[in-house]
Design a protein around this ligand. Structure first.
Ligand code: SAM
Ligand code: DTB
Ligand code: SF4
Length: 324
């Protein structure tokens, strides 16, 4: 998948003009691009596991796992490798082809990396693609993860550069981009996207996609999260429900700006109707998280997702971009 995705820089005005196209035109363009690179009936299923929950020193205003907010999440230690592998086997039995492990760290300690490398090696041995999200990484840490055979590193830009400091003050967008650069230089594929519904403008959402599409090359994997409400966080006061049509427009824009990337409907699917998800798939989304929990919040049950795909005549598969 993905080799040599060309980087073409987009102007924000150009992207906004695409976002604002008449609906049938936008859908047609997104579909055309999607079909050039993917089988449009195929959806990747990834599974997520929180390997270390809560107790995070960062102040991300949307997150249940920051120590700064009273969200009711109990902090845990790093999970044992055997338990992680048992969860990965369960996910594989449920049809997942990619296993993503998330830790609530600002950045991992070197001794944590040893354990995470053992998890990566074990999950790979099960024949699954591996992804981890551990916070900021040094080049040396990237090298060790790459040595364990890590396929993807998830590190979201989360929002536009302009809106970033409204949501997070304990690090900057440049810190985020630095880790992404280390990951890229270390030869690990990049998974990076963001969240909508935190009080940002449509221009912020478009700016986030322009930023991602301008990375050279763009991320192989782009998770689009609809903010999952967390009582007790600052975003609870500024966030607002996302209009489903606006969300589908954003998915279509992501598909058009990053034709060869896997676009994942990540958090927020349990609040989406079948119809909204079906429109997202038409607009070019081709991956979902399966399993009834994400990190600390809910996700549709596997059987619900299976029923939706069956109703749509679509199928789960290990996504392969084609050169069509
Ligand atoms: N601590 C690491 C980091 O921040 O990079 C990894 C884990 S962090 C929970 C991974 C991503 O989950 C965040 O970057 C954010 O985009 C997403 N996320 C966190 N809380 C969310 C929520 N309530 N709704 C939607 N997405 C959320
Ligand atoms: C991503 O973009 N979304 C996932 C994954 N990357 C790590 C995380 C979603 C978290 C939703 C909130 C929660 O469950 O705590
Ligand atoms: Fe910590 Fe990641 Fe949550 Fe931010 S998003 S508070 S870094 S776990």
């Amino acid at each position: 998948m993905q080799a040599g995705q060309p980087c073409r820089s987009w102007e924000k005005d150009e992207a906004k003009a695409i976002y604002d196209l008449p609906w049938p035109e936008l859908m047609f363009r997104a579909q055309t691009v999607h079909r050039q690179h993917f089988d449009p009936a195929e959806i990747e299923q990834a599974s997520l596991l929180s390997i270390k929950t809560g107790g995070c020193p960062e102040d991300c205003g949307y997150c249940s796992q920051s120590t700064r907010y009273d969200t009711g999440v109990t902090a845990t230690k790093l999970m044992q490798v055997e338990r992680v592998l048992a969860e990965a086997e369960r996910a594989r039995a449920g049809g997942a082809t990619r296993f993503c492990m998330g830790a609530a760290w600002r950045s991992p300690k070197d001794r944590d990396i040893d354990k995470v490398c053992a998890m990566i090696e074990g999950v790979r041995a099960l024949g699954m693609e591996t992804c981890v999200t551990l916070g900021m990484l040094s080049s040396a840490q990237v090298e060790r993860l790459a040595g364990a055979g890590l396929d993807y590193y998830n590190h979201n830009v989360d929002t536009s550069p302009e809106f970033y400091s409204e949501i997070i003050t304990t690090r900057t967008m440049d810190d985020r981009l630095e880790t992404l650069a280390h990951v890229r230089e270390g030869g690990i594929k990049v998974c990076s996207g963001g969240i909508v519904g935190m009080g940002e403008t449509i221009a912020d959402r478009i700016g986030m996609l322009v930023l991602l599409a301008g990375l050279d090359p763009p991320p192989e994997s782009v998770p689009l999260n609809m903010w999952n409400e967390i009582q007790g966080t600052p975003v609870m006061d500024k966030g607002e429900p996302v209009d489903p049509i606006a969300f589908v427009r954003l998915v279509a824009l992501a598909r058009i700006l990053m034709p060869r990337s896997v676009v994942r409907l990540s958090a927020g699917r349990h609040a989406m109707s079948d119809e909204t998800q079906a429109l997202c798939f038409l607009a070019g989304a081709n991956s979902i998280f399966t399993g009834d929990t994400l990190l600390t919040t809910g996700n549709p049950q596997r059987r619900q997702d299976a029923a939706l795909l069956a109703k749509l005549g679509m199928r789960a598969g290990a996504i392969q971009a084609s050169s069509r």
